[in-house]
Design a protein around this ligand. Structure first.
Ligand SMILES: Cc1cc2nc3c(=O)[nH]c(=O)nc-3n(C[C@H](O)[C@H](O)[C@H](O)COP(=O)(O)OP(=O)(O)OC[C@H]3O[C@@H](n4cnc5c(N)ncnc54)[C@H](O)[C@@H]3O)c2cc1C
Length: 240
């Protein structure tokens, strides 16, 4: 594994619990939308902690990478980012990793992407890449979050949808009594997946699911109940 020290150039708050960290890398290693990197922290006594983070930026945006990190209250690494890391700090990052959960422009579509919470991050990279490349591949994002404030990148995603070049989005909120117009209420279920599939112009070539372990388990089961062939499903699990 190749490692390098990225410099934090910007920190942008995305939600009450998630911030984006932009890194300038000494060597920009090409990556594919959907890949992740490992982050390695080393304490003065040599103790090391390593975690994976999906890349949020598009591969065509050379020169930097963006990671969007959710703060877990009792976590080891994510609170460090939110409480300690500042612009100008150096952080050890691995080369891009992952070959099963990727989207390339030539893969075209239709694609269904199902993201829970910060599990939307690799899909932001894919949607950005599609727009930058001028691809009109049909891509539908089914995004589940807790409250309206947890809908990461929502304005950018709405703008991508407004381009009318194949990107579409359905969002649902699990802990919001009065969701904003156009956003559903409740947990993801087979009906929601069937409704999303019906919005695509044809049978999806691939269904990507990303989020916490329980979210991915449930979403995959609901997708199968909605008639999706299991072989079409690719999953990325963010942990417990
Ligand atoms: C391929 C991959 C890509 C990932 N991409 C992202 C990303 O883009 N953004 C992001 O924020 N995270 C991402 N993760 C999760 C990330 O690697 C860490 O697991 C997460 O930041 C927690 O690390 P921590 O050290 O803060 O918490 P830990 O000290 O590891 O865990 C603290 C507590 O939280 C629980 N926990 C761990 N992970 C989760 C979770 N996802 N949800 C709820 N509870 C959890 C643990 O069981 C433990 O009780 C990704 C994971 C993988 C495998």
């Amino acid at each position: 594994m190749r490692w390098q020290r990225g410099v934090v150039t910007e920190i942008v708050r995305r939600s009450p619990t998630v911030s984006s960290f932009f890194f300038k890398l000494p060597e920009f290693i090409p990556f594919t939308a959907g890949q992740h990197v490992s982050v390695r922290l080393t304490a003065p006594d040599g103790y090391r902690a390593q975690r994976s983070y999906s890349i949020a930026s598009a591969p065509d945006t050379t020169g930097h990478i963006e990671l969007a990190i959710e703060r877990l209250e009792d976590g080891e690494v994510s609170p460090f980012f939110h409480e300690v890391v500042e612009v100008g700090d150096e952080i050890e990052l691995s080369e891009p990793i992952g070959g099963h959960f990727i989207w390339r422009v030539e893969d075209a579509g239709p694609m269904l992407m199902i993201g829970g919470g910060s599990g939307v991050v690799p899909f932001v990279s894919m949607a950005r890449q599609k727009a930058l490349a001028g691809s009109s591949a049909p891509m539908l994002l089914l995004f589940s979050a807790r409250t309206r404030r947890d809908l990461l990148y929502i304005e950018e995603l709405e703008q991508l949808r407004a381009r009318g070049d194949g990107f579409d989005m359905v969002a649902t909120l699990t802990r919001e009594e009065m969701p904003p117009a156009g956003i559903s209420k409740g947990r993801l279920d087979a009906g929601m997946i069937a409704g999303s599939l019906a919005r695509l112009p044809g049978k999806p070539k691939r269904i990507y699911i990303c989020g916490s372990n329980p979210f991915v388990e449930n979403a995959a089961q609901h997708a199968i109940n909605a008639g999706v062939e299991p072989a079409l499903i690719a999953t990325e699990r963010y942990g417990v």
